[in-house]
Ligand binder design. Structure first.
Ligand code: UFG
Length: 332
């Protein structure tokens, strides 16, 4: 087995592409597998092999798995918009659950026995207490969260029955960009808070919409735990190291443990960009919980994870660097 050969499924997406960079820096040999439905070919570094394929076409996964004797798969590929999942759950169950089942079966057939899976805070749903620990009840409040939770259960069953090792990483709010400014966040449509604030900073005719200011929080706007995408990447590599030792099937929250309201993020963006950012408050966005903050002690204790970019201003600053250099995203 090539200990440094890893397959990165969804490696042309936002978190996937940052992890590919991190893997290369750490001496791994990633192969990227992506259908480019939301990912960007331009985000894959020169010299990293790229396979265009789709998890719903099992033959294409087989072709990718034949490229090397992979030590592990990192699985980022998923549909990930809460609102879209409510409108079109069939798409989410098909792409996320069936797609992952196809991937796991192909891994078993090719004797690849380790997977790091991108899970989400959305598996918890309605939150009873923050900071959230991994054993908090799972009550997803939308189909997206259900598909990720279903996959987590699938991974536990595959470990028990087939010995497939897995680490499920529950991201809180992935944010920021590679400090080089060369790769970043480019979604169409863009639904996330920080890039939308920065788009308003870039274009003074654009007003930033804040969804609701009547939540039971410090200033009435929703509170989230923003975690730098490079710190997420670090956790993936540590998860693989841990799976080679005594972590065989486990889940970890990934967040800084600091909650910031939407208005506090706008203030950070004003500080970082030096621009006045026009804000308008509209109604609540359906499905938004008031507060999500991670308890991430397990990732620190068990994986040895230690986020390096934990200040909100630094997170926003790296996102701004990317946006200034690439105002039209990868197209430009
Ligand atoms: N928000 C705005 N205006 C915008 C965009 C977002 O006010 O233009 C608000 C949202 O209402 C929310 C906060 O900013 O209160 C954060 O919203 P994001 O869309 O950036 O992130 P979410 O917390 O909704 O979603 C993230 C991930 C999901 C994951 C979820 C887990 O993007 O994939 O966390 O709860 F499911």
């Amino acid at each position: 087995m090539g200990a440094k050969d890893v397959l990165v499924v969804g490696g042309a997406g936002y978190v996937g592409s940052h992890t590919v960079r991190y893997l290369v820096r750490k001496g791994y040999r990633p192969v990227v597998f992506d259908n480019l439905s939301t990912g960007h070919r331009a985000s894959v570094p020169r010299g990293v092999p790229f396979v265009k394929g789709d998890l719903l076409k099992p033959a294409s996964i087989g072709r990718a798995l034949e490229k090397a004797p992979f030590a592990a798969v990192f699985h980022f590929a998923a549909k990930a918009l809460v609102g879209e999942s409510v409108e079109n759950p069939a798409l989410y169950y098909r792409e996320n659950v069936t797609g992952t089942l196809n991937l796991l079966e192909a891994m078993l057939a090719h004797r690849v026995k380790r997977i790091v899976f991108s899970s989400t805070a959305a598996t918890y749903g309605n939150v009873e207490a923050v900071p959230l620990t991994e054993d908090h009840p799972k009550n997803p409040c939308n189909p997206y969260g259900f598909t990720k939770w279903a996959i987590e259960r699938m991974l536990e069953d595959f470990h028990a029955a087939y010995g497939l090792r897995s680490v499920r990483l529950r991201y809180f709010n992935a944010a920021g960009c590679d400090p080089s400014g060369e790769i970043g966040e480019d979604h169409d449509p863009e639904t996330h808070l920080i890039p939308n604030i920065l788009k308003a900073a870039l274009n003074s005719r654009r007003k930033m919409k804040i969804f609701g200011d009547d939540y039971p929080t410090i200033d009435g706007t929703c509170v989230r735990d923003y975690i730098h995408v490079t710190d997420l990447a670090q956790a993936h590599v540590l998860a693989l190291d841990a799976m080679k030792k005594d972590v065989h099937c486990d889940a970890f929250n990934l967040g800084n443990g600091n909650g910031y309201s939407c208005m506090q993020v706008v203030e950070a963006a004003r500080r970082v960009t030096g621009r006045s950012i026009a804000v308008t408050v509209t109604g609540r966005r359906p499905g938004d919980p008031a507060i999500l903050v991670a308890g991430a002690d397990r990732a620190r204790d068990v994986l040895g994870w230690s986020p390096a970019h934990d200040s909100l201003d630094e997170i926003v600053e790296t996102a701004w660097r990317w946006m200034v250099a690439h105002p039209r995203g990868y197209v430009g």
